[in-house]
Design a protein around this ligand. Structure first.
Ligand code: TRP
Length: 334
């Protein structure tokens, strides 16, 4: 018998547009994982209600997230790609886990404290129990591996605590979910203004979105900060120049990279030329993804098929887990 594949689960927020940082930091890993593991990738539409109670744009946002991820190579025939709200079992498990989560620990969560600061007029209980819902997403599939960035480590730690508490009280039911990445340092994609990384909400002019048209890509790259160039051979590169090289490394050929690196070291580099080259390589990288995502987004029938297929796969797994959960809890009166 073939060894069973480990189960992978991750959630994607349906707010904001996918950018180059999301691609190299997350999506590329999902695409790689779907060949090796049993994957559940979920659009976290219920989570978004904690901060975006207005649902007018939700459907469009979900369609965009699905289309963009599929355009990047996520394959709905390999992974279960589904919407959180389609899996009612999530809400049931969330309820049970809420009884195992303590007000004190929820109030101490960094993301909760951030949100309280950002939206003091809407500190709802859903916001407080956000990590419990996330734990339900993960434990519902008895997932062991969760590909997420550093910002989600605390939530994952809490999911492990809830799983352990459940197991301890009602009997071994859930494996402990662990953060996963492919060994290498998580790739951080620097923003074009030399400050921090590309981000969904901040510095839009310094962030390259997978939906940017060719001219915006060129404009953004050409605006990136440079200076008069090094005055001594083999000088250390300032951060904002190093960032341009990092971006080049992601989308340009090795020869191109080496050419500009050598020019830098010889003090003959012309940043205008380097940025023109980088802009064209970016366009060549982003344009096909953008066009594919647009085509998928315009194909409602296909998107509906994707959602249905994902929903069915995710429900099958959720139902099996919930039967075990109710059994373990003694909620089986017939
Ligand atoms: N909270 C995650 C984020 O902000 C999204 C998410 C929801 C998630 N449910 C999940 C991530 C389950 C991993 C596993 O990005």
């Amino acid at each position: 018998m073939a060894a069973t594949k480990k189960i992978v689960m991750s959630g994607i927020r349906p707010t904001g547009f996918l950018h180059l940082g999301n691609y190299f930091g997350a999506v590329r890993n999902y695409v790689r994982m779907q060949d090796e593991f049993e994957c559940y990738f979920m659009v976290a539409d219920l989570h978004s209600l904690t901060t975006h109670p207005d649902t007018k744009e939700l459907k469009g946002n979900i369609q965009r997230v699905l289309a963009e991820n599929i355009a990047c190579g996520l394959d709905p025939d390999k992974a279960a790609f589904y919407c959180q709200s389609h899996i009612y079992e999530t809400s049931e498990l969330y309820l049970y886990l809420n009884m195992l989560a303590y007000k004190g620990e929820l109030e101490k969560t960094v993301t909760f404290k951030d949100k309280v600061r950002l939206q003091p007029d809407n500190v709802n209980a859903g916001l407080l129990t956000y990590p419990v819902l996330q734990a339900a997403d993960i434990l519902l599939h008895r997932a062991e591996l969760v590909p997420v960035g550093k910002d989600q480590e605390q939530h994952l730690e809490m999911a492990r605590n809830f799983a352990n508490r459940f197991n301890h009280r009602y009997g071994e039911t859930f494996p402990e979910p662990q953060a996963f990445n492919y060994g290498e340092e998580l790739i951080k994609v620097p923003s074009l203004d030399g400050a921090g990384k590309m981000s969904k909400s901040e510095n839009q002019m310094a962030t390259l979105y997978l939906s940017d048209d060719d001219d915006s890509i060129r404009k953004k790259v050409m605006k990136a900060k440079t200076d008069a160039g090094p005055s001594v051979p083999n000088a250390a590169k300032p951060d904002y120049i190093q960032n341009l090289f990092l971006l080049m490394q992601l989308v340009s050929s090795t020869e191109v990279m080496q050419k500009y690196d050598a020019a830098y070291n010889a003090c003959t580099i012309r940043y205008g030329d380097m940025k023109k080259q980088l802009a064209e390589d970016m366009v060549r990288f982003i344009a096909p993804i953008r066009e594919k995502a647009e085509a998928i987004r315009n194909d409602e029938r296909y998107l509906q098929e994707v959602m249905e297929k994902g929903m069915e796969k995710a429900r099958r797994s959720a139902r099996a887990t919930m039967e075990q959960v109710r059994e373990a809890m003694g909620l089986n009166y017939f």
